[in-house]
Design a protein around this ligand. Structure first.
Ligand code: MRU
Length: 361
């Protein structure tokens, strides 16, 4: 993505071939800074503490985590240990397991002295494929936005939740890819950005991406979407997913389900954009998707830029108040208008998904 004349990706192998560069997303929107991962444990911490986040990027970071692990120990035991460790970094996004298993399946067939170079190549391939897949999602989703503009003749109002932009992937994003494409195609747009409590990925990441791309947007409190839909101010909802069950149930950032309910009640189309690496074909429906429970502190505290320019963290609830922090929810397929994949748009149903991805059957 072009940010002030510089082309960025969210993750890359450094020139030394032994360290991995990332954008440290915990510093956005106030600072665009990079960090270096030197060990597999650095990769685990970056995923767990959300320096990198978003389902596809978690997968890419885990792939490079395998490279870093093999640099320390490329034996069979080393390979198994690093894969097992990485898979535990976060539970919900299936791309993590998908990327680690893809790496392990390839590398386990090779002698240890060939593994490091092969791992570098495979991690790079996972990243390149992610970029191409997301761009294809953008091209398919663009048709929806173009059609909506053709029907109404006024800027297309899109509501999105969390961050499913280029920062959530290697590049392009999933739900925001059609929006970037539509902007480039000259389709007038306006995006309602859910702040996405408690970690505020909408406020800190999606708003930052849209501002950098010159796309009209307004930040809204998470509670505003239903009312805006009732007022006819949302043409469609467009979100990502961390794990999609084989029947089309989608698991995404907490609060997605409430938006889908409001959309259904107001006959607002609700689209979910996803690379096929996010589909968990082993799960018949969304009921068994593991939901990450994150630290209560994320709910009890909030951080932001103080007037003196420093980033401050402040408590927003009484000292004695406890908090719960489920990080994802599952939206049933019946509330989803369509899935935007790299192979086209389909209904959120077992049959339609298998039609697009027959090799998964
Ligand atoms: O907790 P996060 O920030 O990793 O959650 C990210 C999301 O929920 C995204 O919507 C999801 O990964 C799909 S994005 C490509």
């Amino acid at each position: 993505m072009n940010i002030n004349g510089t082309l960025w990706r969210t993750i890359w192998l450094e020139a030394d071939q032994r360290t991995v560069g990332i954008i440290d997303q915990t510093k956005l929107p106030h600072q665009l800074v990079t960090a270096r991962l030197r060990t597999a444990e650095d990769a685990v911490v970056a995923i767990r503490d959300m320096l990198v986040r978003g389902a596809p990027l978690i997968g890419a970071a885990a792939a490079y985590g395998v490279v870093l692990g093999l640099l320390a120990d490329s034996s069979d035991a080393g390979l198994e240990a690093v894969c097992a460790r990485l898979i535990q970094a976060r539970p919900t996004a299936v791309n993590l397991r998908w990327a680690v298993e893809r790496m392990r399946n390839l590398l386990a067939t090779l002698p240890p002295d060939e593994r490091i170079e092969a791992a570098r190549r495979e991690a790079a391939a996972i990243c390149e494929e992610d970029v191409q897949v997301n761009e294809a999602i953008g091209a398919h989703g663009l048709h929806l936005l173009a059609e909506k503009y053709r029907q109404t003749g006024r800027p297309v109002n899109i509501l999105t939740h969390c961050n499913a932009g280029w920062l959530a992937t290697v590049d392009w994003g999933t739900a925001l890819a059609p929006i970037f494409k539509a902007q480039a195609a000259g389709i007038p747009l306006h995006v309602w950005v859910d702040e996405t409590r408690p970690r505020n990925q909408g406020a800190s990441l999606t708003a930052w991406e849209l501002a950098a791309a010159g796309i009209q947007h307004r930040l809204i409190a998470d509670n505003s979407g239903g009312w805006l839909m009732r007022q006819g101010q949302v043409d469609l909802c467009l979100v990502g997913t961390d794990r999609t069950a084989a029947n089309g149930d989608v698991c995404n950032k907490i609060g997605t389900y409430l938006k889908a309910l409001a959309a259904a009640d107001n006959k607002v189309p609700f689209y979910v954009a996803l690379p096929s690496s996010t589909i968990d074909w082993t799960l018949p429906d969304g009921s068994a998707i593991p939901i990450e429970e994150r630290a209560a502190e994320e709910v009890l505290f909030i951080s932001g830029l103080a007037e003196d320019g420093s980033v401050r963290r402040v408590r927003i609830a009484p000292e004695q108040t406890r908090a719960a922090n489920p990080a994802f929810d599952v939206t049933p397929a019946r509330l989803v208008t369509g899935l935007i994949t790299e192979r086209g748009i389909c209904a959120a149903s077992r049959d339609e998904m298998r039609r697009l991805f027959p090799e998964a059957a």
